[in-house]
Design a binder for this molecule. Structure first.
Ligand SMILES: C[S@@+](CC[C@H](N)C(=O)[O-])C[C@H]1O[C@@H](n2cnc3c(N)ncnc32)[C@H](O)[C@@H]1O
Length: 414
């Protein structure tokens, strides 16, 4: 029986978690990559089992809400760049303040909270060195993402209870009236996508997508036990020069292509690779950020698909942004372009399990609600949507990787 946690002794729950940690560490050593996620989850459970309710409350309500603004402040003051440029050498708050042109007292606070709070890398009383996390914050992708997260996600999360109270606790149904519009006064005026376009924040969205992908398994990673791309797509593909092999519909800046090409060398790809997104997103892509072999195409996925009969149409993080009615319009366009018995639609999105979803997946589900008035879908919901008789598609497989990841849904013409 679990003992009450008095904050002094390790209770039974902690011992159980430690056993699980050891078991998962052995699995990781034996090459099971999924065990790393389980270990991270174990570590959070371990902390929860050792903390008193008061400590847990302070960590969640206080520490967690302080991190986003302080990390943003440290980023604005170039603390992360300065520490990264120091290449492992320590910097004092005076040195950091001088370089940033900020008050030294203000300067010493953000690195303490954002660097020490996360990784404990204080070299002496007033000396700070970079960490892997801090170095990542100096990367442009993370900077762009911070630019999106702090004004939108962080503000909306704080005012979400107020939003629901004002709407008598009704479930959001209108993508133009969700918690994300509430703090900015945009309720009823525009969707989150339109807000990002107005505020020039699509680079933040693409950054967020890259951060989500960073280090996570890719659908095309057959070796890690994900989708059998060679057997299902490459074998039997039309090899003529005009044939389209894969069309990434709503592919953003093309962030999925380098991961695909890391798993399948370009010489093994039997046809054209095409990236489609809204023209203003395609226009932001720089030459160096996308493999040269990928064709870029401005396209609105609510209109007829210009590439007919591709081997695969790929949609990553697309359908979960839209309500069923909108998804059906998108799906009809792709179904009309597919060739029976040859083309596949690959949907890479979460298939929500009834129980035991990873925290990251649960948070994604909540963000879909607060940003787009949608939810991650369960298997039953996916089948109902994708197999709607009006569209003419059938689900042929669902490849599940882990409870922390999105699943690959393979679809063909019915
Ligand atoms: C959440 S992002 C996903 C990007 C990418 N597939 C990924 O997973 O990294 C959604 C993408 O859909 C694109 N999008 C939104 N509306 C669109 C439309 N009507 N036609 C084409 N693309 C659209 C956005 O510009 C954005 O790049």
């Amino acid at each position: 029986m679990a003992q009450v946690n008095n904050g002094i002794g390790i209770h039974d729950e902690a011992s159980d978690v430690l056993q699980s940690l050891n078991k998962n560490a052995e699995a990781l050593r034996a090459g099971n990559k999924q065990a790393r996620d389980a270990m991270v989850s174990d570590c959070f459970r371990l902390v929860a089992s050792l903390e008193t309710p008061g400590e847990a409350f302070m960590r969640i309500m206080w520490t967690h809400s302080i991190y986003p603004p302080v990390i943003r402040l440290a980023s604005d003051l170039k603390v992360f760049d300065l520490l990264k440029d120091a290449e492992g050498a320590s910097k004092s708050s005076v040195e950091l303040a001088k370089a940033a042109g900020a008050d030294v007292r203000l300067m010493s606070a953000p690195p303490q909270v954002s660097i020490l709070g996360i990784t404990d890398k204080e070299t002496d009383a007033d000396s700070f060195a970079s960490t892997e996390f801090a170095n990542a914050m100096a990367d442009q992708t993370y900077k762009n993402t911070l630019g999106l997260m702090t004004p939108y996600a962080a503000s909306a999360n704080l005012t979400t209870p107020e939003y629901f109270k004002k709407r008598d606790y009704r479930w959001p149904e209108d993508p133009m009236d969700t918690p994300v519009q509430y703090p900015t006064g945009d309720s009823g005026k525009m969707s989150f996508f339109d807000m990002m376009k107005r505020d020039d924040q699509f680079k933040g969205l693409e950054g967020l997508m890259k951060v989500w992908l960073n280090g996570r398994p890719h659908w095309s990673d057959e070796g890690a036990g994900f989708y059998p791309i060679r057997k299902r797509l490459i074998e039997g593909a039309d090899k003529s020069p005009d044939a389209a092999f894969l069309v990434d519909v709503g592919g953003g800046h093309g962030q999925d292509f380098p991961r695909l090409l890391a798993n399948v060398p370009e010489t093994d790809i039997p046809g054209r690779l095409v990236l489609q997104d809204q023209p203003h997103v395609i226009a932001e892509i720089t030459e160096s950020s996308l493999p040269a072999s990928v064709e870029k195409m401005g396209y609105d996925f609510f209109t007829p698909q210009p590439i007919q009969g591709a081997r695969a149409y790929f949609m990553h993080n697309i359908l979960h942004n839209h309500t069923d009615d909108k998804c059906k319009l998108i799906l009809k366009q792709v179904a009309r372009a597919m060739k029976k018995g040859y083309s596949k639609l690959l949907v890479w999105d979460v298939v929500m399990p009834d129980q035991g979803a990873g925290t990251n997946v649960c948070c994604l589900d909540w963000e879909m609600l607060t940003f787009y008035a949608t939810s991650e879908r369960t298997e039953t919901e996916w089948r109902k949507l994708l197999q709607d008789p009006e569209i003419g598609l059938k689900v042929t497989d669902i490849v599940h990787y882990s409870r922390y990841d999105q699943d690959l849904i393979e679809v063909e013409l019915a």
